[in-house]
Design a protein around this ligand. Structure first.
Ligand SMILES: Nc1ncnc2[nH]cnc12
Ligand SMILES: [Zn+2]
Length: 356
């Protein structure tokens, strides 16, 4: 347990308060692909608005296709769903729908991944994508009180040269994103493939994160740290296979943005009772809980918390606090802002204590 507040007696918080606490506690979401928040209803509404024909008869037929066997089987459908996004307003509407869900889940800060190459390949400009998303981020702060930033992700199944030119195309909007990430098909596309573009991003002062150890081996996590100099690892669950890596991640307190429901849906783990997150937390890693692609994996952030806690009956308020605290601490928000959220988190737990 790292830096637990001495003045909160977690053992006195009744179990009956846990569900409410999980829902209400202020938290950050650090691993959400905004294209993965596109619900079937919005996919069909945008398809109609833009005159796009989808290879599915309707919402129910599309939802019925969400039976994934691995990451690639999901990505094929996820990229097809994103094909309805054409205008700046489409990107705004997608992000706004997510922010409304996030506000309900008491997400105080969200760092949104977006995949420009998925859109530029269809003739949509990077500016259209970023301006729509960025306007939604501004409105999320003003109208919902949700702080939000953007992280531009490179698709790792494409070449590094493609990533480099995507970065250059995005630079006129440099002030609208805080960092870069690496996503898409992990197997056969190691972090080392992107060392040059990540070095350039470091020179530009961008934060760096990467998906690693979702389907790929622990060596990919090490490469992401050593060659891409990332500040967080997205997923990282296969680190559990390497004791040396586990020790390093704990020692360096490298945040892992873990996505429990995603891991079940993509068959990374058989079910939530077999999920390694509890072991990662116990080993002292800076674990956080996230939704990844909530429209496809059966739940937003609080659904992930509730499902994981249901599978861990021995967990209580202490674990809830630790996971929320980790999410705030691992965010790229300014330290003063994180301190305000941290104080609100502690106050929420104080309120859950029975009066003496
Ligand atoms: N879980 C995931 N892994 C890799 N790339 C993704 N893109 C969207 N979701 C992803
Ligand atoms: Zn992801």
């Amino acid at each position: 347990m790292h830096d637990m507040p001495a003045d909160i007696d977690f053992d006195r918080i009744p179990r009956s308060a846990l569900r409410g606490l999980l829902a209400r506690m202020p938290k950050a979401e650090l691993h959400i692909h905004i294209e993965g928040s596109l619900e079937p209803e919005l996919i069909f509404a945008l398809a109609e608005r833009n005159g796009v024909t989808l290879p599915y008869a309707g919402v129910e037929a599309l939802r019925a296709a969400y039976a994934f066997t691995d990451l690639q089987s999901f990505l094929d459908i996820y990229y097809a769903g994103a094909s309805v996004l054409l205008q700046e307003q489409d990107f705004y509407d997608m992000a706004w729908a997510y922010f409304e869900k996030a506000a309900q889940d008491h997400v105080v800060h969200a760092e949104l991944f977006f995949d420009p190459q998925t859109h530029t390949a269809r003739g949509v400009s990077v500016g259209t994508v970023i301006q729509g998303l960025s306007r939604a981020c501004t409105d999320a702060q003003q109208r919902l009180g949700v702080s939000a930033s953007l992280i531009l992700c490179f698709l790792r199944h494409l070449s590094e040269d493609d990533a480099l030119s995507t970065l250059e195309d995005a630079l006129p909007w440099r002030d609208h994103f805080i960092g870069v990430g690496l996503d898409s098909s992990e197997r056969g596309h190691p972090p080392s493939k992107f060392a040059r573009v990540f070095a350039r991003c470091g020179e530009l002062g961008l934060h760096r994160v990467a998906h690693a150890g979702e389907e790929g081996p622990p060596a990919y996590v090490e490469e992401a740290l050593d060659l891409l100099h990332v500040e967080r690892i997205d997923h990282g669950v296969r680190s559990i296979e390497s004791p040396a890596l586990m020790q390093r991640l704990a020692r360096e307190r490298v945040p892992l943005t873990v996505c429990p429901l995603s891991n079940v849906k993509l068959c990374v783990v058989p079910d939530l009772t077999a999920h390694p997150l509890p072991q990662l937390l116990t080993a002292g890693l800076a674990v956080t809980i996230n939704s990844d692609d909530p429209a496809y994996f059966g739940g937003y952030l609080n659904d992930n918390f509730l499902a994981l806690f249901a599978a861990q009956p021995q967990w209580g308020a202490r674990e809830a606090y630790e996971l929320a605290r980790n999410s705030l601490a691992a965010s790229f928000a300014p330290p003063q802002q994180r301190a305000v959220w941290q104080a609100a988190l502690e106050a929420e737990f104080q309120r859950a204590l029975p009066s003496a």
